[in-house]
Design a binder for this molecule. Structure first.
Ligand code: ADP
Ligand code: MG
Length: 245
């Protein structure tokens, strides 16, 4: 159903010691929606991503995934967490495993898929990210852009309901950024629900349904890309945009 909330945060608060890193965060991500999160370094974007996946505990508030509140811990949490894939800045592939094995590992171990089935699916996903010919290579034999595309295929192999991306192109050489963004654009067109922390404003303009601007642990603006980029309301956002555009 269009417009239905897939990820919902209500009144989420988190501290690191005295630092109030997430302050009363309310955020709804609809099914099939692409939300780009931007903001200055240290504003809490990565913490927000990790919080959605409960890689971080929270002190108050609720996080709901597809209608089910995320529990604090335990097996139910592990199951729900597996429904949200995460792609990091530093691809985090297993260096001593082939591309194919990187992708099939979790489906076989966690989802108990048969190895043949997982391998077939992995090859389909590699084809989708343009790496069909690289299944038997090791990560070190690939460029950064290729490794990040493997990381995306690996996340997709778990059939997640949503994908979180934390600065997926920040560690890449400039000439490799587009090949990763193009894969993400295609996922967006295919209807994948995505939360994307990025400073790639071209991607935000073309793929995002909404831009969320964070500063000092708060969501300061949450608007369409068109509204945000043409007329940011807050001084913080105007200041930020003037530095990056
Ligand atoms: P962003 O991704 O927007 O740059 P982060 O979410 O990484 O911001 O960090 C927000 C703030 O929380 C920063 O001031 C950072 O130094 C601090 N921080 C992040 N992780 C930790 C941690 N594990 N322990 C203590 N402080 C942290
Ligand atoms: Mg970060």
């Amino acid at each position: 159903m269009a417009g239905e909330a897939l990820i919902e945060l209500r009144g989420v608060n988190k501290h690191y010691g005295k630092l109030h890193v997430l302050q009363d965060i309310d955020l709804t991500v609809g099914r099939g929606e692409v939300v780009v999160v931007i903001g200055p370094s240290g504003s809490g974007k990565s913490t927000l991503c990790r919080t959605i996946n409960r890689l971080e505990t929270i002190e108050s508030g609720t996080i709901t995934l597809d209608g089910t509140p995320l529990p604090e811990e335990g097996r139910a949490l592990a199951g729900l967490r597996a429904e949200v894939g995460m792609v990091f800045q530093s691809f985090n592939l297993f260096a001593h495993k082939t591309v194919l094995d990187n992708i099939t590992l979790a489906p076989v171990k966690v989802r108990k898929q048969k190895k043949d089935d997982a391998a077939r699916r992995a090859r389909e996903l590699l084809d989708r990210v343009g790496l069909a010919a690289h299944a038997d290579k090791y990560p070190a034999q690939l460029s950064g852009g290729q490794q990040q595309r493997v990381a995306i295929a690996r996340a997709l192999a778990m059939d997640p309901k949503a994908l979180l991306f934390d600065e997926p192109t920040s560690a890449l050489d400039p000439e490799m950024i587009n090949e990763v963004l193009e894969v993400m654009q295609q996922l967006a067109r295919d209807g994948m629900t995505m939360v994307v922390v990025t400073h790639e404003m071209g991607f935000a303009r073309s793929a995002a349904n909404r831009v969320v601007f964070m500063a000092d642990g708060r969501i300061v603006e949450d608007r369409t890309p068109e509204d945000f980029f043409t007329a940011p309301r807050s001084e913080r956002a105007r200041d930020f945009l003037s530095k990056i555009l």
